[in-house]
Write a protein that binds this ligand. Sequence first.
Ligand SMILES: [Zn+2]
Ligand SMILES: [Zn+2]
Length: 195
Amino acid sequence: MQFNTYTMAGAHIAAWLVNHPAVDAAALAAELHRREVHGAPPTAAEAAALRPWAARLREVFEATAVADKAQLTDALLVAADCRPRLVSHGGGKPFHFHYAPVETGLAARVRALTAAGLGHVVDGGAGARLRACDRTGCGVAFIDTSRNGRRRFCSVRCANQVNVATHRLRRRVAQPPREVPPPCEVRPPLEVPTR
Ligand SMILES: [Zn+2]
Ligand SMILES: [Zn+2]
């Protein structure tokens, strides 16, 4: 599966939204621009309208079974009212999919685009690559684009933290701590009877 195509933009934006749940308009505008999504920059209200959607997208990344990821994504396609159309912006520019009409407003378009993006990943047999970081307490969503598809962590930093912790635990199990002798008792000085 090719992970850098325009079709994949929706999946990348989905992961980005999950990782920026309190998204603001400027950051969202930058991400959409980076992924070559056309249209006017989002307003603060449009960015805020995507916050509950980010929570739903997270469920897909966090689901363990591929079948669950597929069902959740399918429900997102329905909820987003995803209707693919082939659109050219004129002047011989290439045709490409729009998943919701530009007139529906930016939040609705991003919902449709992200649902479709995740749908394409599942359809391409790569649903298991929609992941959340394995380090307890991290939860960053990512698309595993590695060759073998076995990436467990969002970053080298998380991988290192878990590896160091696992290594320490193994060492502790291999060499149980020596028994520490109890601290010396402090005895009161002997009272020497005086005559
Ligand atoms: Zn377009
Ligand atoms: Zn992580």
